[in-house]
Ligand binder design. Structure first.
Ligand code: MN
Length: 293
């Protein structure tokens, strides 16, 4: 039996739902495990369980408990990449068409192609993607021969013209695990980056966020939890020392909150976690969103 996310109601269908503010969807899918430790398939369950550890109430009067939030459970297990995209995109589209926010619990980052397709076929315009991640995910193939992995997914989203590169905003890239081809792609396409060290600079961070909020109405925030320093989020498949802090992440999502139309949290790997702190942090990103909506 699925345990629902704290402060939500478990439902078996969403077509008939009315006045919904947000819907949780779990995507237990991992496309590439070659030289990584399998485990992000376990994340939706682990994040929900971790959420139940909390009340969901913070210092502010507003919290998840003031909103009508449903938990639609998980998409099916053991799907092919194409089947996963179909199920996920259909759900994302239905939720956005109800003017509710899909909150997607990955899975590895490759699921973002399904999310983006769902937004693109909905009745709201996908204005901008905010890619909060240690990595750029712009490799053409990674590992060699694989065009659909956690490291290539944003390249595919751009190749399929689901978004223009100038409407993608990177927050938090860092570390020494990038490919030169993706760094060049960013430069050639003049893509906007706020690196992890720039996040620490208040004026750089605020200017970057003001630019996003000034230019765009409907944001899709794709949060790869490995943007956090491994000290804050050890349970990830591809840890990169030198990341941002949990509090910095909260400041960013809080400022973006009112324009977020879709939120996804990916790459939690419970197999590698310490005291479930990464799952608990993912749950808190979601609580924090409702404090600021
Ligand atoms: Mn990623």
């Amino acid at each position: 039996m699925t345990e629902e996310f704290c402060g939500t109601f478990l439902v078996e269908e969403i077509e008939s739902a009315i006045d919904v503010d947000a819907v949780i969807i779990g995507v237990p899918f991992e496309n590439t495990i070659e030289f990584y430790t399998e485990g992000s398939v376990l994340a939706p369950k682990s994040i929900r369980k971790s959420s139940q550890f909390y009340s969901g109430q913070g210092l502010l009067e507003q919290s998840i408990h003031q909103f009508n939030v449903l938990d639609f459970g998980d998409i099916d297990q053991d799907l092919t990449y194409a089947e996963m995209q179909n199920q996920l995109s259909t759900r994302v589209k239905t939720i956005i068409n109800k003017k509710a926010i899909p909150i997607i619990l990955g899975g590895d980052h490759s699921i973002a192609l399904g999310t983006t397709k769902g937004f693109a076929i909905s009745n709201q315009k996908l204005d901008a993607i905010v890619w909060i991640d240690a990595h750029l995910d712009l490799m053409n193939e990674f590992p060699k021969g694989n065009k659909h992995s956690r490291a290539t997914v944003l390249k595919r989203i751009i190749d399929q013209k689901l978004i223009l590169p100038e409407n993608v905003y990177f927050i938090g890239p860092h570390g020494h695990n990038l490919g030169w081809e993706e760094v060049e792609f960013v430069k050639q396409n003049k893509m906007k980056i706020l690196s992890a060290s720039d996040v620490k600079d208040d004026s750089k961070r605020n200017n970057f966020i003001e630019e996003i909020l000034g230019k765009h109405k409907n944001l899709y925030v794709s949060l790869d939890i490995d943007v956090l320093d491994p000290a804050f989020a050890p349970g990830v498949s591809v840890p990169e020392p030198g990341g941002i802090s949990t509090r910095e992440l909260f400041e960013i999502t809080t400022k973006l909150a009112k324009k977020i139309r879709c939120l996804e949290v990916v790459e939690v790997n419970p197999q590698l976690d310490v005291n479930n702190i990464t799952s608990k942090t993912a749950a808190n990103v979601i609580f924090k969103l409702f404090d600021a909506l």
